[in-house]
Design a protein around this ligand. Structure first.
Ligand code: DC
Length: 249
């Protein structure tokens, strides 16, 4: 798997800002991370896309055995790329699979394989290497608890199940896909339960995470809040960041 672009001027380890954003599906993680990454010049990794890419390959190649899935996790040609103007896309080899990964079927497949400890272990090194030499933001379920327990800033985004299901319906409709609210609601409830109930790296807020309930917030309000937190963290002198590197809104 490709970890990120090589940096001409890598930031030394101790000076890198690591931001972990966790929460259930539909809480707004992707939108706030894309905005924060773009405005604050951070590398961004949507860790759910890795599990989804493996879920897609598992369905296509009919892989079921945990060890075979863990092996495929290591060999799959996954990359996550910033294409500019706030666009981030997931690739398997040269194929842009971003839209293919967004279906509820792939989300369910991802959630099922994500409960397998062998798969999680196989994907850990990639997540930790990602964005090496840069300030980085990652979103997922266990970034602040397992992937980067020492992250400098941890945010836990949540929202009511009803609101999250409504958002997912809108997102699927925007992609021109059929979306039924009762079906999405039930599938999301099932996925929440599996992601939070599994023994290995369950979805839960890190004890030191800032929690934000986005149920009654507009996307802009959530984005502004998180971007503000990231900018404040970057301004702390230990991250050796200058005003010009932070950028302005
Ligand atoms: O964030 P998402 O809906 O794209 O994630 C898809 C599934 O992948 C999710 O249901 C659980 C799993 N996942 C995980 O277990 N750990 C992560 N860090 C990210 C996603």
């Amino acid at each position: 798997m490709e970890t990120h672009l090589t940096q001409p001027n890598p930031i030394p380890k101790g000076n890198r800002l690591i931001v972990a954003v966790d929460g259930p599906a539909g809480a707004g993680k992707g939108a706030v991370c894309r905005a924060a990454a773009t405005e604050c010049h951070l590398a961004y990794l949507e860790t759910g896309a890795i599990y989804r890419a493996l879920g897609l390959l598992a369905l296509q190649e009919q892989i079921e055995h945990p060890e075979a899935l863990a092996q495929r996790a290591v060999t799959m040609p996954f990359s996550y790329r910033a294409l500019g103007a706030g666009r981030f896309r997931a690739f398997l080899g040269t194929e842009d699979v971003t839209d293919a990964l967004r279906t509820e079927a792939i989300g369910q497949a991802a959630s099922r394989i994500a409960a397998l400890p062998a798969v999680r272990t196989a994907l850990l090194a990639f997540q930790r290497r990602y964005g090496d030499g840069q300030h980085v933001i990652l979103d997922g379920r266990d970034v602040g608890t397992v992937v980067w327990p020492d992250a400098d800033l941890k945010i836990y985004l949540t929202a009511s199940l009803e609101e999250r299901a409504k958002r997912r319906v809108r997102e699927l409709q925007e992609l021109g896909k059929n979306a039924s609210f009762p079906e999405i609601y039930a599938a999301m409830a099932e996925r929440d339960q599996r992601d939070a109930g599994r023994a290995d790296a369950p979805l839960k807020p890190a004890t030191d995470a800032i929690q934000l309930d986005t149920t009654r917030l507009t996307l802009t309000q959530s984005v502004d809040y998180v971007v503000g937190l990231v900018k404040s963290s970057l301004k702390r002198t230990d991250f050796a960041c200058t005003e010009s590197a932070i950028g302005s809104r």
